[in-house]
Design a protein around this ligand. Structure first.
Ligand SMILES: [Zn+2]
Length: 209
């Protein structure tokens, strides 16, 4: 008996160890299941989704935007109130942010829906992004991308008052007429920086300047 017990207890050791390992795996699995369940709770149930009503809502909003569309619009609030698209001082505006939901501008202004909800800050945001489109038209696409857009995206973690004093940002505020205080040193540095990026040679028959 003792001998058998001995064998039994010896052979039990790895089994227990295995169970221990499995046990650990099982807690991992159950944790994973819990988080999966949490995620599932956060997501709206598919059965509650009404695609027809949703599509109707989208069409209604698109019709709203189309009706209100005016390329020469100078009202920032009209831009902030638009659902998907609008225009501002000759620039087209898409109501969607870039990576991280941030607003940015190329030839088109991309205004984040999140940021646009910020009231008075939203007005300055629209003006600032317009200022970026003026920078682009002044220096051309490639210098704008490498001199303004990319460095600007990289300095996204700089806190707000200082952010708008950066050489890439301060002239966007000035050219767009954003109502923010800037030190004269910051403005001068920004202007010198923009100048250093060069001036675009105007193309023949270019409509927008
Ligand atoms: Zn900017």
């Amino acid at each position: 008996m003792n001998h058998i017990q001995g064998i039994a207890s010896e052979s039990l050791i790895p089994a227990i160890m295995k169970r221990g390992e499995n046990g650990a795996d099982m807690t991992k699995n159950s944790k994973k299941k819990k988080t999966d369940r949490k995620k599932a709770k956060l997501k709206p149930a598919v059965s509650g989704f009404k695609p027809v009503a949703k599509a109707k809502d989208v069409f209604r909003k698109l019709a709203d935007d189309k009706r209100n569309y005016d390329l020469k619009n100078t009202c920032e609030k009209a831009v902030l109130d638009a659902h998907y698209f609008s225009a501002y001082r000759g620039r087209r505006v898409i109501k969607a942010g870039g990576p991280g939901g941030r607003s940015f501008s190329l030839y088109i202004m991309f205004i984040s829906k999140k940021a646009a909800a910020g009231g008075a800050g939203g007005v300055n945001l629209v003006r600032h992004e317009y200022g970026h489109t003026v920078q682009l038209r002044r220096i051309g696409l490639i210098p704008y991308l490498f001199g303004i857009a990319i460095p600007s995206a990289r300095s996204g973690r700089v806190p707000e008052p200082e952010y708008y004093d950066l050489v890439t940002e301060v002239t966007a505020d000035k050219l767009g007429g954003a109502d923010r205080p800037h030190s004269s040193e910051a403005v001068q540095a920004g202007e010198a920086y923009l100048k250093s990026l060069g001036k675009k040679v105007p193309r023949k028959n270019s409509a927008n300047k």
